[in-house]
Design a protein around this ligand. Sequence first.
Ligand code: R1P
Ligand code: CYT
Length: 317
Amino acid sequence: DTLAAPNAYARASETAAYVRSKLPEALQKPKVAIVCGSGLGGLVDTIDAEPKVELAYSTIPNFPRSTVQGHAGNFVFGLIGPQKTPVALLVGRAHFYEGHTMDLVTFATRVCKLLGVGTMIVTNAAGGLNENYEVGDIVCLNDHLNLAGLVGIHPLRGPNIDEFGVRFPPLSDAYDLDLRRRTHKAWKKLGLDQQKRKLHEGVYAFVGGPSYETRAECRMLRILGADVVGMSTVPEIIVARHAGVRVLAFSLVTNKAVLDAGSRGNDEAIQTLSKSELNEHLNQGKANHQEVLDAGREAAKDMQALVKQILSDLHED
Ligand code: R1P
Ligand code: CYT
């Protein structure tokens, strides 16, 4: 069932109180939360060695377990940068395809809100649909297509939780323009624009997974206006916006999703395909999770630098 549990506010409050009880004074009010996508757990290295508290999801009341490889399942608290900004990192996220309800997929977001988080940086690994994107590029999201949500599989379905936000929240401003502006400035300031990795702005299409997108689905999503596709992020962003949390989101392009139909489209031509052509077709654009994790490890370093720079820029205001 996709219905939000009626006691979500009480459960999130209970969890926030538990988490707070495990933290020293300096870490009790994180300003920023960072959600680490597949293979992007290295973002945890942005925080200073001490003080640092790591809570395994399995020990936190009401928290969903992380079952996906590359998602460690730790809620980590620490300080970032010279200004010592208190942050909370979700190293590992719950996905809808794991069998969690939408309520559980977005539970950690609500706990962050109750801990006092005002800004959430959400990252993910995604397939690149835009033909100008290369593997390893970073996309700063400026909008999304919530395919599941349009037909009612939505984290806000069910009685509205007034303590968090309104019944009908707008999403036209979901991807904070000021934070995006700071991102592009930070990218330039770090000299990352001189590297082979590019920073784009684009639209994320949320699909249910866990099978990767087919060729026809890639073409459909592209026609609909998506630049990247993945199986996360959008539910978290909606729940964050519902609760008035500012959002910045990044996709790491882990593979180029194939738009080409891949067959010659008529019987005559298919009959004449050679063995090597058949093999080429078999392997072209076939996504796999190892490739997703590998792309993440490299890019996490640049993402770390970017996040640190954005945070110190925010502090200067
Ligand atoms: C597939 O390789 C996994 O990578 C992405 C997809 O959503 C899927 O879970 O993970 P994140 O979105 O959590 O980065
Ligand atoms: N799809 C993809 N995640 C996805 O959902 N091609 C890469 C990563």
